[in-house]
Design a protein around this ligand. Sequence first.
Ligand SMILES: [Zn+2]
Length: 455
Amino acid sequence: MGNDGQQRDPWAVADDEVVRFTSDLIRLDTTNRGGGDCRERPAAEYAAARLAEAGLEPEMIEPAPGRTNVVARVRGTDPAAPGLLVHGHLDVVPADPADWAVHPFSGEVRDGMVWGRGAVDMKNTVAMVLALVRSWAATGRAPRRDIVLAFTADEEDSAAHGADHLVRHHAHLFEGCTEGVSESGAYTFHAATADGRPVRLYPVGAGERGSAWLRLTARGTAGHGSKPNPDNAVGALAAAVARVDAHRWPVRLTPVTRAALTETAAALGVKADLDAPGFDPERDVDALLARLGTAADLLAPTIRNSANPTMLDAGYKVNVIPGTATAGVDGRVLPGAEDEFAAALDALTGPRVDWAYRHRSPALLSPIESPTFAAMRAALLAHDPEAHVVPVCLSGGSDAKQFSELGITGYGFTPLRLPPGLDYGALFHGVDERVPVDALRFGARVLDRFLTTVE
Ligand SMILES: [Zn+2]
């Protein structure tokens, strides 16, 4: 309530701030080139200053020079209620200005959109959260649960200077948090029924495949390239890589993927009964996906494990057979399918090739029958009543994996209403990354509703 007893419009200022903050954050170049080459500090200082202006007490955590994280707690009205984590990363992937229609670090507003690296992934979300909590402070509103804000470094590389560091060394800042929301979910996915009627889906992230980045090593007998050699490491490695590449992984449906298939099909008017007698996932899921049109793109990456060969390394001279050969494989593993993945790799690589994890992170699976999921669904439908909210497992990963180590259940929820024709999925790490101004304002309202109504 304002001083005059009138309810002040919570968006009078926030609608401008969410656009300005997105632009400002894009202009603060936080390119993460990997291997420690990044400097998030200017964006962290910017975010912390906006929070301090709203009466919060942000803490800056800098595990290495320039690699700055910001954590702050918004006190809820019910001290007995569990806390909720809202996290977003401050770093961005590189962008080459030569490829772009506008400079990727200009933050320019043009044609109703904010342009630049991070407009999608994910300075837009940081800006929405900043504008929202400032609106709460200015209008005397507060959520029921404590909201812990974490703006992290290093998500686009290893998270070693970001969420991983926070979880290992500053766990107390997240005390009481049972759930968290962050990137990759709740933005409009434009689908259509078989007869062409448009349908707006909002896929909310409720799980992530785990990462299993592998090193394959073949050891053989080194020797002269002109001599017979039945123990050639290059040949053994090439055969194993070809088997991994050709492997058809079995369909494995997690509860989230089952719900995703069922609810997406229902939204599109496609008959699907995964519990029908005789339904054979291995035989029938691909046929079902084919009937979902473009919506299949959301689901296809998450019905199987995957293992894509990405690197090869062997030899130093064409007439010398090397003693070893190595390959890199990007494996992604569904929740609950870790043992099966390892057994398959043993079989595919065979006795002449060893494999080991070079990096591994867990798969996540979050409940979708939860009050939190219901609150996310209700918040989206309140602002887009004709939409369909569906749970989805993410094909890749986010900082939610790190925070899961604190027992925090993660959801992908960064709401945006997007116009048809904008291929938003392609803008993540893409050229001409941009976000509509209207989408930012919609997202702030949905976030507001979710964070103030979630039980
Ligand atoms: Zn991201």
